[in-house]
Design a protein around this ligand. Structure first.
Ligand code: ADP
Ligand code: ADP
Length: 222
């Protein structure tokens, strides 16, 4: 599902380069639930952003599904991000001016689904996550845990095969965190969604089947 070959990411620094990721070789198979761990500054977010099509690698090869991502234009990459994957952010990243319903609907608009298709998909997800009563509220009217439920609802509404999550429970109390991790586990086991999360929490990592450890931009194990 995911293949990285000799992927590096650097930023210009004076006359040289500062490497954030070096020669990453990685394979993630369909239906895996992988956790990326490592100290702050080790490159976890950068790696997840590259995998999730939010940033481009500087060197190497990245194949997502059948698509050689690094050969795409930025426009095509953004389009692929919007239509084929789900991305969950630590700080939710909901659109403040849109209701819960409208936030969840956005990926379906990007996909060009008809209004009746959108209605039925959003209704299904609201129902599954038990947030029907919140549908006309704005993000600021919700607790953190509820906002993250909406963030995940938005990530899965278009039924992507893979979800990337950047410390999805980093802003939540442990009770809500557990609830969110149970949800990812269910999406992985029941719906067969591949999940790649960045986490600082060993407890969160235990929900997955494999840990990738980063240190100073290198993969310590793969
Ligand atoms: P975290 O606290 O999640 O480990 P960081 O504090 O390392 O995150 O980075 C927060 C954000 O700031 C990241 O999105 C990163 O791209 C950006 N950033 C971090 N370091 C630099 C830098 N030296 N120059 C420019 N942007 C940076
Ligand atoms: P982590 O998520 O593991 O905390 P990051 O991927 O956020 O690590 O950052 C890894 C390193 O890359 C950090 O040292 C950070 O300062 C650096 N970095 C991130 N973004 C930028 C940027 N835009 N310009 C320069 N350095 C950056």
């Amino acid at each position: 599902m995911i293949q990285l070959k000799n992927v590096s990411k650097y930023y210009p620094a004076g006359f040289g380069k500062t490497y954030v990721l070096r020669n990453i070789n990685l394979e993630i198979k369909e239906r895996e639930f992988v956790s990326i761990m490592g100290p702050s500054g080790s490159g976890k977010s950068t790696l997840l952003h590259i995998l999730g099509l939010l940033e481009e690698a500087s060197e190497g090869e990245y194949v997502l599904g059948e698509t050689p991502v690094l050969k795409l234009s930025e426009k095509k990459r953004t389009e692929l991000h919007r239509t084929s994957i789900g991305f969950v952010f630590q700080a939710y990243h909901l659109i403040d001016e849109l209701t819960v319903y409208e936030n969840i609907e956005t990926p379906l608009l990007y996909k060009g689904q008809s209004s009746s298709e959108r209605k039925s998909r959003v209704a299904d997800v609201l129902d599954r996550f038990n947030i029907v009563a919140k549908k006309d509220l704005f993000p600021s009217q919700l607790s953190g845990g509820q906002q993250q439920l909406v963030g995940i609802a938005r990530a899965i509404v278009a039924e992507p095969k893979i979800i990337f999550a950047d410390e999805p429970t980093g802003n939540l109390h442990s009770e809500h965190a557990q609830q969110i991790m149970e949800l990812f586990k269910e999406l992985n086991q029941k719906d067969g969604v591949t999940i790649v999360q960045v986490t600082h929490s060993e407890a969160n990592a235990e929900y997955g089947n494999r840990i990738i450890r980063l240190k100073d931009g290198w993969v310590e194990n793969a």
